[in-house]
Design a protein around this ligand. Sequence first.
Ligand code: NDP
Length: 355
Amino acid sequence: MGLAAQMLPGVGAFAQSGERKVGYCVIGLGRIADHFMRGVKEGSTSTITGLVSGHRDKAERIAAQYGVPKSSIYSYEDMDKMRENKAIDAVYVALPNSMHAEYTIRSAKAGKHVLCEKPMCTSVSDAEAMIAACKAANVKLMIAYRLHYEPTTLRAIKLIQDGAVGQVQSIVSANGFNESAGEWRLNKALSGGGPLMDVGIYCLNAMRYLTREEPVKFAGFVSTIDKDGRFDTVEENTSWTMQFPSGIQASCTTTYGGSMPGFYRVYGSKGWLQVDEFGYQGLRLTARYSQGRGSPATTLDEPNLEKDPKQFVREADHFTECILKDRAPRTAGEEGLLDMQYMREIYRVAGVTAL
Ligand code: NDP
């Protein structure tokens, strides 16, 4: 057993007997936290054992739902006390982006493993500090890139790796939505940036897991069309192109100004493959490729019928397994840091102050 696992009270016992689940304290009880908690409840490896919230009433209501004792509800001010709470092995940071770094670092100092939502944080230097803090405390850090654990995504990656569409030449991708006034996502102090940080990051990350390459050249643009007060601190639209070492090119776009259902389409020498939806359910893979002139074409249409919160079950299972078996998460802090560096580059070439 590795050192981190040895430091976990009772985890060894669970690993051997299966009696003890890994306990998560959820920090920030908003929308994504609800999906995650339902996922944990549906799974069998993890359990909710603590809550951190600025709203005690809400926290008590949720605590009752998940069997969390009132003594394991913390405020943002006193959450460091969770150090003494042996039922909490890990935290799930589900706060606005600019708070991720502080709460990851405080949790690490309290001796807890950290599963942190995307984007990892709002600056490259914060991402580096989060990784350093988790290393210093000997706890694991995973960024909640849930699609890395999702079957349609894994199938698309495998088809491309197996050469189904031939040599990939180009990928296009989009993801966006019409954001409402008053949301923290429109406040740069909390979000760190516009739709790129929030939903464009799915396109960026997909280009990397589909090509298995790291981008080396960037071009990008930002614009704000609607002067209705929503975009006083963050941009409304971002579009960017990236080139990878092999020469593969990717064109991506994201918006907070209109409905833009998520998708990517991969064009290769033998055909194309598309995945629709970056959401919690309803992903669909379609493809059409052939092995050469005169060969019959293969056509795929594979809807993923899994329902929310399956993706969250897989995400929690993966981190729990990493904790129990002392393994590195597939989407460790270093994966989040790379996206932070690329988003900084996209903003830089688009003329926006770097992250
Ligand atoms: P919400 O606004 O729904 O929830 C955020 C929670 O953070 C609030 O409910 C609140 O919890 C707490 N909070 C503390 N301070 C503030 C503040 N100043 N303003 C607003 N909330 C505050 O956000 P989401 O759940 O949609 O997003 C949270 C994080 O999860 C973001 O980083 C986002 O990018 C990420 N996310 C990831 C998704 C994914 O699929 N992986 C999808 C959606 C979001 P309380 O009242 O308990 O204090």
